[in-house]
Design a protein around this ligand. Sequence first.
Ligand code: HEC
Length: 410
Amino acid sequence: MSEKKDKSTTKKTPVYGILAEYSDPAVLIEACKKVRDAGFKKWDTYTPFPVHGIDPAMGIKPTILPWLVLGAGLTGLATAITLQWWTNAHDYAWIVSGKPFWSIPANVPIMFELTVLLSALTTLGGMLALNKLPHPSHPLDLKERFERVTDDKFFLLIEASDPKYDAEEVTSLLAEHADVVEPLMDDDQTPAELPRGIIYALVVLTAAAIIPFALAAHARESHNRSPRIHIVPDMDWQTKYKAQRVNTFFDDRRADRPFVEGTVARGNLQEDDHFYRGKSGNTWARTFPNQVEVSEATMKRGEQRFDIFCAPCHGLQGKGDGMVAQRAEAIGAGVDGWVPPSDITDPNLMKQPVGQLFNSITHGVRNMPAYGPQIDPEDRWAIILYVRALQRTRNATTKDLSPSEIASLK
Ligand code: HEC
C-alpha cells in the first residue's frame, strides 16, 4: 500500500496492461485468435453481449464447474445415505410401527434434499470462485473509454503481468485489428482497504448473529413455570379441577369425588335376585331364571364362553386339568400350597344348585377369583348350562339312555 502511495505521489503509475478497442465482434474474434496463437495467458475480452465462438477463439477450455457440482451432489447423496443408515439402522435402531430400520424409499427425501442442497451451493460458490468474484475494483472501472463496453464497443486487455508481455510487441500485435490501442494505468485512486462503514457494519452484524445463540443457550439453562411464548392460550388455563389434584373446596381436599353411597347407574338396578344373584328367597335357586332360554343356542354360547374363561384352569372337559393346572404341576407349585382347580364334573358339584354355581362364578370361591366383573349375567347362566352338560356326560348312567340305545349296546 505504501508502495502505491509512493508511486501516486511521484505521479508514475505502473501500466496494468494494454487495452484495445474494436467496434466489430468479428474483428475482435480475429484479434483473439492472434493473441491466443502468440501464447499469451493473462488476457481477457469485454463485450456488450455474448459473442458466439469467442471461447475457442480465446482458447478457453470448458469450465470444470459441472464436475465440481457432480462431486458435490454425490457427496450430498452419500452423506444422506450414511447419516440415515448410521442414525436409524445402526446407532439407534428404534422400532416405529414395525417398519424396517433401513429402507430406501423412506430415505429418499433426505437423499434428494442433500444432493440438491450441496449441488446448488457448489454451483453458486464455484461460479463465484472460478470467476474470482467478488472483485470490488478493477483498473478498467476508471477508464472512461471502457464505459461503452455496455453499449457498442468491444475490448481486449493483455495484462502486463503476463510472462510474454512486452509493451511494444503487444501494441503492434493489437494495432493490426483494433481501432484504438492504449496502455491501461494501474488503479491509484481506489483505496486498498475496505471502507470504514463496511467494517463497522460487519462488526455489528457479527455481534447480532451471536444474539440468537446466546438466547438459546440462556433458555437451556433457565427455568420458568409458564410457557415462554404462548400467543394463543386456547383452553390451557381453565377454572376446572384436574384428577388426583388437591381441591380446597371440599373438606377432604380431594378433587376426585367418591360415589355417593347407594348410587346406581341407569339400567343397573339389578332388582331380580334370581337372575343377578342366583337366589330364590333365602336359598340358592335350583332353576334357570326366566330370562335365560334353556336351548341349544344358549348351550353353544356357554361352551364358547367356558372355553375362554374357565378352560384355562379347569380344562376343556372341566376335569381341573387346564393349561394353568398343568403348568403349575410342571413347575412343582404343589409344594407351595398350590390349590388345583376343582374337577367341576365331581358328583358333589352336580348336586350344587345352579344358583350356587352362579355365585361361585360371580364372586369366586375360596382360591378361585371372581369372574362377575368380566362375564355378563346372561353368559354366566349360559356357562352353567354347559357345565351341567359336562357333568351329565362324565357321570352318565344307563338311566340316561333311551331303550333303543340300550338295546343297541347289547
Ligand atoms: C384361574 C383359574 C380358574 C379359573 C379361570 C376358573 N376357576 Fe373355577 N376354580 C379354580 C380353583 C383353584 C378352584 C378351587 C378353589 C378352592 O378349592 O380353593 C375352583 C373351583 C371351582 C368350582 C368349585 C366351587 C366349589 O363350590 O367347590 C367351580 C364350580 C368352578 N371353579 C367353576 C368355574 C367356572 C364356571 C369358571 C369359568 C367361568 C371357572 N371356575 C374359572 C380356579 C379357576
